[in-house]
Design a binder for this molecule. Structure first.
Ligand SMILES: Nc1ncnc2c1ncn2[C@@H]1O[C@H](COP(=O)(O)OP(=O)(O)O)[C@@H](O)[C@H]1O
Ligand SMILES: [Mg+2]
Length: 237
């Protein structure tokens, strides 16, 4: 892929869910380019379609019409198996409810994306340990997730999202289950880690506190996407 082309290219995306004999259009003609290394925030109230859009960008779901290219790869032309493989290699996720696997230790959770990508166990161990160090939890490697606070669990989730060095990290309401200060600390950590590695980050939230950290602020409303004027964006970075 030429260095100048955007990492994420969405062209005229439409998503319609069918419920019984009713059609419900959640996204209408959504087009967007995200540059490599950009930190973008996707705002919109509950039900606006933020999670739907993230699920399309990650290839979990397919649009009703339109195209999705990530790093030049057209996900809408791929089979589900190919999209899963692409996602495991190129995308990291952070969820509202942390989604750590409770029967695995902290280190095993962080190692999981590496195992799925088929790395060697020794390299996996070292990489996971290095990531836990970056999020300040190296000493909790052998603990199980339920021994950790919400903020600590989300820091583990941040380490897991970045451990396989993805092109793109998608975070869906990552501060939604955290108190204000803990949420800010997690966002700062996530922002610093992606900036250090030139990873592209898209955070869906209805929390305006995320805005000062972002390069771009996008709003979903009535199924369409609007970009906020630049003067206010990144002002306090
Ligand atoms: N699998 C689905 N089937 C039918 N409707 C869905 C499905 N997923 C989401 N929706 C509907 O799409 C709309 C957008 O949902 P969602 O993307 O979860 O919004 P947000 O993440 O912004 O809260 C909601 O009205 C929701 O009920
Ligand atoms: Mg959502």
């Amino acid at each position: 892929m030429p260095a100048s082309s955007p990492l994420v290219e969405l062209n005229a995306l439409t998503k319609t869910y069918r419920e019984g004999d009713q059609d419900r259009t959640v996204l209408r003609d959504v087009s967007l380019h995200l540059d490599r290394g950009a930190f973008s925030v996707l705002m919109g109230r509950s039900g606006a379609g933020k999670s739907t859009l993230l699920n399309l960008i990650s290839g979990i779901d397919l649009p009703t019409s339109g195209r999705i290219r990530i790093g030049g790869t057209d996900l809408t032309e791929k089979s589900e198996t190919e999209r899963t493989k692409f996602r495991r290699t190129n995308i990291g996720f952070v969820f509202q409810s942390f989604n750590l696997i409770s029967t695995l230790t902290v280190a095993e959770n962080v190692r999981l994306p590496l195992e799925l990508a088929g790395n060697t166990p020794r390299a996996d161990h070292d990489r996971a340990q290095a990531m836990l160090d970056r999020v300040g939890l190296a000493d909790r490697a052998d603990a199980f997730p339920d021994r950790l606070s919400g903020g600590e669990q989300q820091r583990v989730a941040v380490a897991r999202a970045l451990t396989h060095d993805p092109l793109l990290v998608l975070a869906d309401e990552p501060t939604g289950n955290l108190d204000y200060e803990t949420g800010q600390a997690v966002l700062t950590l996530l922002g610093d880690l992606v900036r250090d590695t030139d990873t592209t980050l898209l955070v869906a939230t209805h929390d305006p506190e995320v805005l000062p950290r972002a390069d771009r602020v996008l709003h979903l409303h009535g199924g369409t996407l609007h970009e906020e004027v630049p003067e206010y964006v990144g002002a306090s970075r």
